[in-house]
Design a protein around this ligand. Structure first.
Ligand code: NI
Length: 257
């Protein structure tokens, strides 16, 4: 079987504390060829890099998630800038806007989103975008800064996916596409030009059916890939192969299967 590239996982999360090493040692035997461990704060940026230094199939992304920007200051931005230049770091993320929780307030989220977009563009690194119920402001700022990158766990409509593609950005689809009530992700999975699709877990969250609600890991992408292959009437292997190549392009990682 073709190898899995998980473009978005959080193995620094506490829920992996009890068996992180065993799990990460086992993933290659489950068909996982590459993982980008995405951070959400300064402390998880450090742990993401530590994981990438330890496991040769893991790379890191550093950035501050909208939920964590409330007490961010300019020193933190300098820290992210320094960490972003480490050899195993391939992206700035995850960064973005979350208007579902509105915490912290929108103007604070917008301020740090712009700062981190600017930073990524200045370092010529791709961004990993978190956009929850903030499609309009997200698109506006992506148009303003024109970063390379991916909109992760894409939850927008087919129309919005076309706008993202017109900016030359990738779309990340994960477990939500397998959920029984999924509508928009299924439509996007069907319509999206294949060269702009990447697969992800958001582990430990969003495990695909039939593991919904359980702790997720990158091996479970096999179920997400099977569902998308079914939607597109194609072979799973072919889908895994193409999305693997797409992810290498997105993160500028040189890897051959
Ligand atoms: Ni995430």
């Amino acid at each position: 079987m073709a190898l899995i590239f998980d473009t978005h996982a959080h193995y620094d999360d506490d829920v992996f504390d009890k068996d992180r090493n065993e799990l990460l040692e086992s993933l290659p035997s489950l068909g996982v060829g590459a993982v980008v461990n995405v951070s959400s704060s300064i402390s998880t940026a450090h742990s993401a890099i530590a994981l990438a230094d330890k496991f040769d199939y893991i790379w890191a992304a550093v950035g501050i998630h909208p939920h964590s920007v409330g007490d961010t200051n300019s020193d933190d931005l300098d820290t992210i800038r320094n960490l972003a230049q480490k050899p195993r770091v391939v992206a700035v993320g995850e960064i973005g806007l979350d208007y579902h929780y509105d915490h912290p307030k929108r103007d604070v989220q917008l301020y740090w989103f712009e700062k981190q977009l600017e930073l990524a563009v200045s370092l010529n690194l791709p961004v990993i975008i978190h956009d929850r119920e903030a499609h309009e402001d997200t698109l506006r700022l992506l148009k303003k800064y024109c970063p390379r990158g991916v909109v992760h766990c894409f939850s927008g409509s087919v129309e919005m996916s076309r706008e993202v593609l017109s900016l030359g950005m990738y779309i990340g689809l994960g477990g939500t596409v397998t959920f029984k009530n999924a509508k928009k992700p299924v439509e996007v999975a069907a319509m999206l030009p294949l060269e702009w699709l990447v697969l992800e877990t958001d582990a430990p969250y969003l495990a695909p059916t039939p593991f919904r609600g359980k702790r997720c890991h990158s091996g479970l992408i096999a179920h997400t890939a099977a569902r998308i292959a079914e939607i597109r009437s194609m072979q799973v292997d072919e889908l895994l192969k193409i999305t693997f190549e797409n992810a290498c392009r997105l993160y500028n990682i040189m890897l051959t299967e």
